[in-house]
Design a protein around this ligand. Structure first.
Ligand code: DX5
Ligand code: ZN
Length: 221
């Protein structure tokens, strides 16, 4: 069995009590924190930046923080997130003028780097940069909002990404983001995902531990 990781998206958390929410979800069994950064330019919504990432570190959160940049341009915000304690930084190739350079910049700043593919974006960007990629993130919704419905064609894309990753023989994580729930997490795993972002499915219920264990039970089937 693959080393599966559950990454709750704090986009659906209660931002007025963010430190507590993150602690609660980690105590409930989450492996890492998915941190959605939106700029009201690349995507039509506005969220949080490096100061909030740093605030979580200052609160004593030591889990990996998986920063998903939905911003354009990308490069100027990378060093600030690295300094703020990001573990992973992923970005959308369409949002960077020089994808190879941005990947290198993320690594030079001490973080692990990833590329994010929107539902209509082909995986072509990966081919020549696989050696600089630590994570591939497949979007199963159009980026910008939590609580949207899973787009099934993401499963085909996961399968395609899984074969590219396996062929590369590199330890690249394959993450799926958007509309992940207890009833489709297993299909995403079967298609090749090993890291599962879930926002509304986790933060939308009272008992985080119950939903995370249900997800793990599905993954263990
Ligand atoms: C969407 C974000 C997702 C979102 C997922 O642009 O990248 O991480 O928070 O939320 P759910 O799980 O509710 O689809
Ligand atoms: Zn995300």
């Amino acid at each position: 069995m693959r080393d599966f990781k559950v990454a709750p998206s704090i986009l659906s958390a209660n931002f007025a009590r963010l430190g507590d929410e993150v602690r609660r979800v980690l105590d409930a069994g989450a492996d890492m924190v998915h941190f959605d950064v939106m700029d009201n330019h690349y995507v039509p919504n506005l969220t949080i930046g490096p100061v909030v990432c740093k605030a979580l570190r200052d609160e004593g959160i030591t889990a990996d923080i998986d920063v998903h940049l939905m911003v354009k341009p990308v490069d100027n915000i990378v060093p600030a997130f690295a300094k703020a304690g990001a573990s992973w930084i992923t970005f959308h190739p369409e949002a960077s003028e020089h994808v190879d350079r941005t990947l290198q910049l993320i690594r030079d700043n001490g973080c692990r780097a990833g590329l994010v593919f929107n539902p209509a974006t082909p995986l072509d960007y990966l081919r020549y940069v696989l050696d600089k990629v630590d994570m591939v993130l497949i979007m199963s919704v159009n980026p910008g909002f939590g609580g949207q419905a899973f787009i099934p064609s993401a499963l085909d894309k996961l399968r395609e990404a899984r074969s590219l990753i396996d062929a590369s023989q590199r330890p690249i994580r394959l993450e799926i983001d958007g509309g992940i729930k207890t009833d489709n997490i297993r299909a995403a795993a079967e298609a090749g995902a090993d890291t599962f972002v879930a926002g509304s499915a986790i933060f939308g219920v009272e008992d985080y531990q119950q939903v995370i264990s249900e997800m793990r039970a599905e993954l263990a089937k």
